[in-house]
Ligand binder design. Structure first.
Ligand SMILES: Cc1cc2nc3c(=O)[nH]c(=O)nc-3n(C[C@H](O)[C@H](O)[C@H](O)COP(=O)(O)OP(=O)(O)OC[C@H]3O[C@@H](n4cnc5c(N)ncnc54)[C@H](O)[C@@H]3O)c2cc1C
Length: 505
């Protein structure tokens, strides 16, 4: 293959803006291609990095030499059917399918199928089209160019994870090409699969993981379900080539409110109020609870036109099938009870208004990244320091106070935003120079240690990638990390796949 490096420049980095290098670039079109590439690489000791939509922020898809394997040519649907046992539609897709394409197909009921789909049931498709508005695919990592394979490899989640859970909850089966080239098909609930016996002597993982949202290290649970080990494995155990996804049945209209508060105690009271009401009242469905601190609101003020008037914002995403007015009245009462100003609150009901709220939330991390890109012109090694930590419900107000106190003390520029429903806030520190970067990095480590003491997770959704490998040992004991490394060695004795991800090189 004659490859001019400049043609492939964009494959050398992801949204972390870290730049890597690779000797060759591959774009497999089927499982056999992947298998051949991996077998050749293993024989010749060549490291391979799997690349998805490159929306990751931890440099997991950034190669450090060796070969790069992009999944973008495997982007079709391979099956669609209704599973009557679980009462859910299932769609099987190749891993390089972008989330935006999947959404487009689910919204129209028209699927871009491979030539000979394995499980395509025309009647199911017809039935689906008639109830299309009652089915959703909830995982939403904000960036719609993320691929389903990348989302599987990072156990992606998003705003609606508050109600519906992360990617793991929607994966019913996967096809994986192992580092030795073997192709295996794993269905949820199976401990062993197909003709392969590679799993027979696999070391088990028996450490515990936080009960909060969590995406750090290999998944361990009493169920020892094989599929779970590959979900969230960040391109280190195998190349995921196909995924069977479940759709979620929903009723009612989406409505979103934004309420403004003056302090953390009020924010925490409102979030707790929403959670409690949703827990005891089946008709009060809260899909997402998101947050922006006052500095975040200032950063998007030019586009929001008025949201920067002070305070902190909490977005509540509701799904209402009963009386919209009475549901909104309850929310209004909760705002009052939590010392918020109900007159400042905003409501989005129409699709354009809902889209505007969502695009403002997307705009914020983009503004942060733009600021850092500007500063990198003077200090090329500078990156933003974005935390991704979650704590249990009882620690929400404490963690918000701690973050703010320490950040003010450090005088570092920062914003705090994110998935407050899961007590999962992104603290973004924006260093102005290398000295500030070092100071921010120390603070980051302090936050991680604090979060672990609270029984939380040091990475709730972005994963560890190459940039946060030092966090693994903050979260897990040395014995647990040895278990993870043994698992990695079992599948990939030469440590070639996703080298540098999870474990430092
Ligand atoms: C503005 C912004 C907001 C974000 N918000 C969220 C959020 O709310 N929630 C969230 O979870 N994430 C979020 N992310 C991070 C990112 O979008 C997710 O991690 C996403 O799931 C990555 O998918 P990808 O296809 O881009 O993967 P990539 O970035 O290409 O790769 C990620 C990792 O997966 C591996 N990988 C990719 N494809 C495969 C495959 N087929 N087989 C095996 N390994 C593979 C790679 O080697 C790498 O280690 C955000 C990112 C941005 C830029």
């Amino acid at each position: 293959m004659n490859q001019a490096m400049s043609d492939f420049e964009s494959y050398l980095s992801d949204e972390s803006r870290v730049k890597g290098n690779a000797e060759k670039f591959f774009f497999p079109e089927n499982d056999a291609d992947i298998s051949q590439i991996l077998q050749f690489a293993e024989k010749n000791d060549i490291p391979v990095t799997v690349s998805g939509g490159r929306t990751g922020v931890a440099a997991g898809a950034v190669p450090r030499g060796g070969w790069l394997l992009s999944m973008e040519k495997m982007s079709q649907v391979t099956g669609f059917y209704f599973d009557s046992l679980s009462n859910e539609y299932r769609i099987t897709v190749q891993s390089g399918l972008a989330l935006s394409s999947l959404r487009g197909m689910l919204q129209t009921g028209r699927f871009c199928m491979v030539k000979n789909p394995v499980r395509y049931d025309f009647e199911s498709v017809e039935k689906y089209r008639k109830s299309i508005n009652n089915w959703i695919f909830p995982p939403d990592p904000t960036e719609p160019s993320a691929q389903i394979g990348g989302m599987t490899a990072t156990n992606a989640s998003g705003a609606k994870t508050f109600r519906y859970g992360p990617m793991r909850n929607y994966i019913r089966a996967i096809k994986v090409v192992l580092p030795n080239g073997e192709i295996v098909y794993l269905r949820r609930g199976e401990k062993f699969s197909g003709k392969s016996n590679i799993f027979q002597y696999m070391p088990l993982l028996n450490y515990s993981i936080p009960s909060t949202k969590h995406a750090c290290g290999y998944y361990s649970s009493n169920e020892h379900d094989l599929i779970d080990i590959f979900i969230g494995s960040e391109g280190t155990l195998g190349v995921i080539s196909e995924i069977e996804l479940a759709l979620k049945h929903v009723e009612g209209e989406r409505v979103e409110t934004v309420a403004f508060f003056k302090d953390h105690a009020s924010v925490a009271a409102f979030v707790t109020g929403l959670r409690l009401k949703a827990a005891v009242n089946d008709d009060f469905i809260v899909e997402s609870i998101e947050y922006m601190c006052s500095k975040s609101l200032n950063l998007i003020e030019a586009d929001s036109k008025g949201w920067g008037r002070g305070g902190m914002a909490v977005f509540a995403g509701l799904r209402i099938s009963q009386n919209i007015a009475s549901t909104l009245e309850s929310v209004q009462q909760m705002i009052i009870d939590s010392n918020g100003d109900p007159d400042l609150a905003l409501i989005a009901v129409s699709p354009p208004d809902l889209a505007r709220f969502s695009s403002l939330r997307h705009l914020l991390p983009e503004k942060v990244n733009d600021k850092i890109s500007q500063r990198r012109k003077q200090y090329p090694k500078l990156t933003k320091l974005g935390t991704d930590m979650a704590v249990p419900d009882s620690k929400l107000e404490e963690i918000m106070n701690m973050y703010t106190e320490k950040l003010i003390e450090s005088k570092l520029e920062h914003v705090i935003f994110g998935h407050i429903g899961d007590n999962h806030l992104h603290v973004n520190i924006l260093p102005a120079n290398t000295e500030e970067y070092s100071k921010g990095r120390e603070l980051y480590e302090f936050f991680a240690e604090y979060v672990v003491k609270c029984n939380g997770s040091v990475s709730a959704e972005h994963g560890i990638g190459k940039l946060k490998t030092y966090l693994l040992e903050k979260q897990f004991s040395p014995e647990s990390i040895v278990q993870m490394k043994n698992l990695k060695k079992y599948f990939d004795p030469k440590w070639l796949l996703g080298r540098g991800n999870l474990f430092p090189e």
